[in-house]
Structures are given as structure tokens and as C-alpha cells.
Design a protein around this ligand. Structure first.
Ligand SMILES: Cc1cc2nc3c(=O)[nH]c(=O)nc-3n(C[C@H](O)[C@H](O)[C@H](O)COP(=O)(O)O)c2cc1C
Ligand code: SF4
Length: 402
């Protein structure tokens, strides 16, 4: 025995200016219950249930920084009209003893312009297979606007009662795609060298920090690897993390990987839910998906805490608090992560499958989650995100809360 008392994952912990009741955060899993881009009772119920299950903080997914920054039209975006609903949502999460965070971002190349009714932009012109159209390259004025929009969105989150924001720097959403040499062909100060490719992420974080720093906790979700040809690789990602650490704009960094644009299964591991996904595609895309589905959405071997070996490099080389994410299902994994020095863990599917899992772990009645990583919840984002093994039926929404 070393005589050092291990830190309990279920003891309270500071995250920048706020204190969470424990070290487990519900990761952002797009809820798919806001057809009018306004908060609904179903969104509130979803988060109330998870908070009542014992999380330290819930991450609401997702508040786009502008209408064109939504992955699709049925997604919250920053504006005055959304604030009263956000207040009700955060009140419900707080009433259960958890803190509330919201993921903020711009979907960039992953935004479906047809569904949004407005065209967005990426670092360079690229094809979007979901809208079957090209996303143009951002103009300088678009870039200036998006940096301001991140500040506005952080302020909107604060007015909506959130305790934290999570800036999306992953999954080849806009800021992540600027980091990727194979997606960013720009010749100006936003492309080329790593310093240039990282500029937009750093500027957006600076803008968020200036808006709400010291009052709200600021977290970023950064890709370690995009796992696509020409994608960001771990050595460069680690350099970006060091630049961000030196900027002093973040309170913690959560590490992820994969690409909603080109390699979605890398985010999750486990079974590729091709059949469920195809069912949500328009008929003309369904045929194409039949041909390429196995390549785009393969089955990948799942293992507990599958990102840990990559995340460890950041833990070793940064002073910034690091949050471990990816395939965490067991109490012993959580305990080991905290003992190893991760500040927090984030959990997604395990809490979709069992919103009360943390309570069961704390009581000692169940140390392991029962999610089977079938990923059939993933396409349920189009019909109300849920574990379809428990709730096969789509969620009917009742309209925006008054
Ligand atoms: C249904 C579903 C929706 C998701 N939506 C988002 C999202 O909006 N933003 C995001 O960063 N990650 C999203 N994710 C990824 C999760 O936050 C998390 O990174 C991933 O599921 C791995 O964690 P887990 O093994 O604990 O589930 C989603 C995952 C699922 C299953
Ligand atoms: S559908 Fe349910 S069991 Fe399957 S991965 Fe999602 S949460 Fe886990």
C-alpha cells in the first residue's frame, strides 16, 4: 500500500470556475428532438433523466453558432428566441444536482444545406453527400463572422443558464476541418502550415474566453486523429493542444477522433448500423449507400476505453486538465482513469442505455454497463435519440416549450 488515498470519481471536483458533484460528464449525444430549433419538453425530459441518474454534468448537443452551422435544420442555434427554453432546460438539470454544459460549434462540411435552407462553408470547396451539393470555401468575411458567432453563442449559453460550454474541435466539423491538411487547401493565413490551420480554432476559443471566461467553464472536444486520408494526425493534434494550452483559453480538453464527414465509425467502434442508417436516407441516396455503406460505416472492433492509449500522450505532455472519452462502460475503468490523472471522464452510449448507471455503480449494485455497442442509437438522431433496444418507437415531440 502506498498510503495515498485514491481520488474517488464520485467526489466533487473543480472544472475551471465551477464545481461538479463528481467526475463523470454525460458526453454530447445529439438528441434529435428539436424540430423547430427550439427547446422541447422531450429535450428537457431526456436531460432530467440523465442528471437524476447521477452525472456531475450533462452536455447538451448541440447549439450551433448560426443557422448554417447546424448539421441539419432540426437543431438548436444561437439567437434570443432560444434563451427562455434553454433556461427551462438548465433549471431541470440543476434541479437534479448536475451542472449543465452545451456543445457549441459550426458543422462546416457536415452541414446539410438543403435541410438548413441556407448554405454554409468549409475551409475549401467539398462535396456533401447528404445534401448532394457542394459546400463552398469560406470567404474572409465568413471567417470573421464565425469568430464573432462563437462569442455570441457562449453569451447565449450563459443567458440560458449553462455552467459550461464545450467547443467542438472534432469530427471534421468546421474548426476540425480547418485543421486537416487534406480538407483545407487554403493559401491564405487560414491554411498551409499547422500554425495557420490552427488559427481559426484558436481565434474562436479566444473569442469564447473573452465572452464568458472565468464565469463559465470552457472545454474543447478535439480530434486526436481524423482517421481519413489527409486527416489530422496525432502528432499535429498534440501540437495544436499545446498551442491552445499556451493561449490559456481552456479549462479542460476532451479527446475524441474520427470524422462525421468521412469515417463516422471511428468515433464509436462496434457495429456499423448500416440498415438503420439507410432507412433514414432519401430513396435516391439509399441505393448509393447500399454500394458504399460497408466502406463508409464498417464494423470496427470495440474495446473498453478505446481512446485511452492515444489520450495518454496528452495526459503526459499537457498540464491542462484532460477528460477521457470513448467506450467507458465500467466502474473500474472510471476509477483507473481518475487514478491515472484524467480530470474527468465523459460517457455517451452507456448512459443512453442506462441513464441511472452511475447511481447503480455508486450503490454497488452494478459495476458494469450493459450497452452492447450495436450503435443502433446513432441513426435514431433522426427520430429522437434513444437506445432503440429499450425504446424501439420514434419519439413524438410536443412543440417548443412556452
Ligand atoms: C446517438 C449519438 C449522438 C452523438 N452526437 C454527438 C454530438 O452531437 N456531438 C459530439 O461531439 N459527439 C456526438 N456523439 C459522440 C459521443 O459524444 C461520444 O464521443 C461517442 O459516443 C463515444 O463515447 P461513448 O463510447 O461513451 O459513447 C454522439 C454519439 C451518439 C451515440
Ligand atoms: S442502441 Fe443501445 S445498446 Fe446499442 S449502442 Fe446505442 S445505447 Fe448501446
Amino acid at each position: 500500500m502506498s498510503g495515498v488515498t485514491p481520488i474517488s470519481p464520485f467526489a466533487s471536483a473543480k472544472l475551471g470556475p465551477i464545481t461538479l458533484r463528481n467526475r463523470v460528464i454525460k458526453s454530447a449525444t445529439f438528441e434529435g428532438v428539436v424540430p423547430d430549433s427550439l427547446v422541447t419538453q422531450e429535450l428537457i425530459d431526456y436531460h432530467r433523466k440523465v442528471a437524476a441518474g447521477g452525472t456531475g454534468m450533462n452536455t447538451v448537443a448541440y447549439l450551433a453558432v448560426s443557422p448554417d452551422g447546424r448539421p441539419n435544420g432540426e437543431c438548436l442555434y444561437q439567437r434570443d428566441e432560444v434563451i427562455p427554453g434553454l433556461r427551462k432546460l438548465t433549471d431541470a438539470i440543476h434541479a437534479e444536482g448536475a451542472k449543465a454544459s452545451v456543445q457549441i460549434g459550426h458543422a462546416g462540411l457536415v452541414a446539410n444545406s438543403k435541410s438548413n435552407g441556407v448554405t454554409g462553408f468549409g475551409p475549401s470547396r467539398r462535396f456533401n453527400p447528404l445534401s448532394f451539393s457542394f459546400t463552398p470555401a469560406a470567404k474572409e468575411s465568413d471567417i470573421e463572422r464565425v469568430i464573432e458567432d462563437f462569442a455570441k453563442t457562449a453569451l447565449c449559453a450563459e443567458q440560458g443558464g449553462f455552467d459550461a460550454v464545450e467547443v467542438h474541435l472534432g469530427h471534421n466539423y468546421l474548426l476540425s476541418s480547418f485543421l486537416a491538411p487534406g480538407l483545407n487547401d487554403r493559401q491564405d493565413k487560414w491554411g498551409g502550415s499547422l500554425e495557420n490551420r490552427a488559427r481559426l480554432s484558436r481565434e474562436c476559443l479566444r473569442s469564447v474566453r473573452e465572452a464568458v471566461g472565468g464565469r463559465l467553464a470552457i472545454v474543447a472536444k478535439l480530434n486526436m486523429v481524423d482517421a481519413i486520408p489527409g486527416g489530422l494526425k496525432i502528432d499535429e493534434s498534440l501540437e495544436v493542444a499545446k498551442m491552445i494550452e499556451a493561449d490559456g483559453t481552456l479549462d479542460a480538453l476532451v479527446l475524441t477522433g474520427g470524422s462525421s464527414y468521412g469515417n463516422p465509425m471511428f468515433l464509436f467502434k462496434g457495429d456499423g448500423p448500416r440498415k438503420d442508417f439507410a432507412a433514414h436516407l432519401p430513396p435516391f441516396l439509399r441505393l448509393g449507400f447500399k454500394l458504399v455503406g460497408k466502406k463508409f460505416m464498417p464494423d470496427l472492433p470495440f474495446e473498453e476505453a478505446y481512446f485511452e492509449s492515444m489520450a495518454r500522450r496528452y495526459l503526459d505532455e499537457l498540464d491542462l486538465p484532460v477528460i477521457l472519452l470513448g467506450g467507458i462502460n465500467r466502474l473500474d475503468t472510471i476509477e483507473k482513469a481518475i487514478a491515472d490523472g484524467y480530470a474527468f471522464v465523459q460517457m455517451g452510449r452507456a448512459l443512453l442505455r442506462e441513464p441511472d448507471l452511475l447511481l447503480k455503480m455508486q450503490e454497488g449494485s452494478q459495476p458494469d454497463g450493459i450497452c452492447i455497442h450495436c450503435n443502433r442509437c446513432m441513426p435514431s438522431i433522426y427520430t429522437g435519440t434513444r437506445c432503440v433496444l429499450i425504446d424501439p418507437d420514434p419519439i413524438q415531440t410536443s412543440g417548443p416549450v412556452a
